[in-house]
Design a protein around this ligand. Structure first.
Ligand code: 13P
Length: 292
């Protein structure tokens, strides 16, 4: 089926208390592994490209790969831009077939963030696609975004309410105590803040920094209103480690396709495990029903 917009996917997830995994692919095979994993357990999935990945392959290649993979698939697949900081890149994603974009102006003053996000919401509405936006910078390292974890402050729930009421967002990201990359210390997730923001806004929340959180943390976050969970670092580790492990186990094997198969299987197993944990297995039909 064609790629679907973020909005009906996350509305269904919030209503039915599950979350949809959003993985950052690094190549065509990792995208394919995401779609195959989703198909095997009948789950919706969000494939989110970072700005760095777009700069590496170009918009046209990524969009063509994703259109082809989704067209052959019966499960709902969203193509999303993660942490869009460049308005021109966001515009080109919208024009190239992305079905959701994140505008991350969280490093700007509140009013400027509101104004820039408003512009993207207008573009996205014309294209019939979803928007994720953020206030309260998320710490850690995400591709070429580096934010000092010790300098971030939790999102102000009143600001979150003002922001979400002013804009029609499919997903809202906030600083709730998680961080991108590997955790340097045990994360202290502000569960009460998630509940408060969700109560005030009713907007599905996007949980950033999914690598390294415990199963219990995921479950509590989903219960409180996180409907999209981002995983990137975990994928990168499996991508590299599965390749090098195959070499260690098969030192004389120089058939590249054997390496790629081992990597594909390891990634697919990771994706299925996360989707199952987030409760999205078997939820394709509910999402499709909400699209109509
Ligand atoms: P991790 O790299 O910590 O999994 O975070 C991913 C993320 O939040 C992407 O926006």
């Amino acid at each position: 089926m064609p790629l679907v917009s973020l909005e009906p996917v996350l509305k269904t997830a919030l209503r039915d208390k599950f979350a949809v995994a959003a993985f950052n692919p690094v190549d065509y095979a990792s995208m394919k592994a995401m779609v195959r994993a989703a198909e095997e357990i009948d789950s919706p999935v969000i494939i989110q490209s970072s700005a760095k990945t777009i700069r590496y392959y170009g918009h046209a290649a990524l969009a063509a790969w994703m259109r082809e993979l989704a067209a052959d698939s019966a499960v709902p697949v969203v193509l999303h831009l993660d942490h869009g900081k460049d308005m021109q890149m966001i515009r080109t994603c919208i024009d190239s077939g992305w079905t959701s974009v994140m505008i991350d102006a969280s490093d700007k003053p509140f009013e400027e963030n509101l104004q820039l996000t408003g512009q993207v919401v207008e573009w996205a509405a014309q294209a019939g696609i979803g928007v994720e936006a953020e206030i309260g910078e998320i710490g850690g390292v995400e591709e070429d975004l580096v934010v000092d974890e010790d300098s971030v402050t939790l999102t102000d729930p009143e600001e979150a309410e003002r922001f979400c009421k002013a804009l029609d967002l499919s997903a809202f990201a906030a600083q709730i105590g998680t961080a991108h990359g590997n955790y340097r210390r045990e994360p202290s997730v502000a569960f009460d803040l998630i509940a408060d923001i969700n109560r005030r806004t009713g907007t599905p929340m996007a949980l950033h920094g999914g690598t390294g959180l415990s199963e219990d943390t995921f479950r509590r976050c989903i219960e409180l209103g996180c409907a999209k969970i981002n995983i990137s670092t975990n994928l990168k580790h499996v991508f590299i480690d599965s390749f090098t492990q195959f070499k260690a186990d098969n030192p004389n094997n120089y058939e590249p396709l054997n390496y790629l198969s081992a990597q594909f299987d390891a990634l697919k197993a990771l994706f299925k495990a996360k989707m199952t944990l987030f409760g999205s297995a078997g939820k394709s039909a509910a999402v499709l029903a909400s699209i109509g």
